[in-house]
Write a protein that binds this ligand. Structure first.
Ligand SMILES: Cc1cc2nc3c(=O)[nH]c(=O)nc-3n(C[C@H](O)[C@H](O)[C@H](O)COP(=O)(O)O)c2cc1C
Length: 199
């Protein structure tokens, strides 16, 4: 099991990441979401929200940091993700979990769970654009209003990979087989993380 420090926009900034990872027990942390809508953000924005990029994408205590994006435009997300990789992002994380009304009304976060095809397009484009050695992960909830679409949404990560024999055999075990890690006690939303490269 790995312990991740939950990203919290407006709270878990580089100072709190530094303080908490110094205490220990955290395997990796994530930036606050970086919202992208229609343009490539400048390097200065990344360095402001993720100054750990100057330190090999690790906190001062040496804990790895991932860069998280929020948005709904596949191409724009992909371009920004690829740019973040050139600045040293070791893992790209996509936010499909934020339930905040202000975020959802601009078509970002958990509201995208209502549109599995869009999730698929986002993941496919980001995976296609980001260098193959950089993992792409996604954070999502069981659903926006109900849990019915959870598997459809989680499977959006299959991307261009055809399921091999082992993956097909594992489908019966659902998300766990796909690389999902439970987030015990994470909260009412029941979020989980899925290693999309493993689909
Ligand atoms: C103030 C606040 C800001 C948050 N910002 C982010 C964020 O930037 N990225 C993200 O993936 N999750 C964010 N979250 C969600 C948390 O990381 C965590 O998954 C969540 O609070 C778990 O509980 P819930 O499912 O009951 O919301 C935020 C949560 C709160 C309360």
């Amino acid at each position: 099991m790995q312990i991740a420090l939950a990203p919290m926009e407006g709270l878990v900034d580089e100072i709190l990441r530094d303080v908490l990872t110094r205490i220990g027990g955290i395997d990796w942390c994530v930036t606050e979401f970086i919202r992208v809508s229609e343009r490539l953000l400048p390097a200065a924005t990344y360095h402001k929200l993720a100054p750990e990029l100057f330190n090999g994408a690790r906190t001062q205590a040496g804990t790895p940091m991932r860069v998280q994006f929020l948005g709904s435009d596949p191409q724009c997300l992909a371009d920004n993700a690829a740019f973040a990789c050139t600045l040293g992002a070791p893992v790209i994380d996509l936010n499909f979990g934020c339930p905040a009304k202000t975020v959802n009304k601009s078509r970002g976060g958990a509201v995208l769970l209502k549109e599995p095809e869009l999730l698929h397009a986002i993941v496919r484009e980001v995976r296609r654009t980001v260098p193959a050695e950089i993992p792409v992960t996604a954070k999502m909830r069981l659903g926006f209003e109900g849990k019915e679409g959870a598997l459809d949404c989680a499977r959006s990560g299959r991307g261009r990979r055809q399921p091999d024999r082992r993956a097909r055999a594992d489908q019966g075990r659902g998300l766990q087989a796909a690389g999902a890690l439970g987030m015990g006690g994470a909260g009412a939303g029941g979020g989980w993380r899925t290693g999309l490269r493993q689909w």
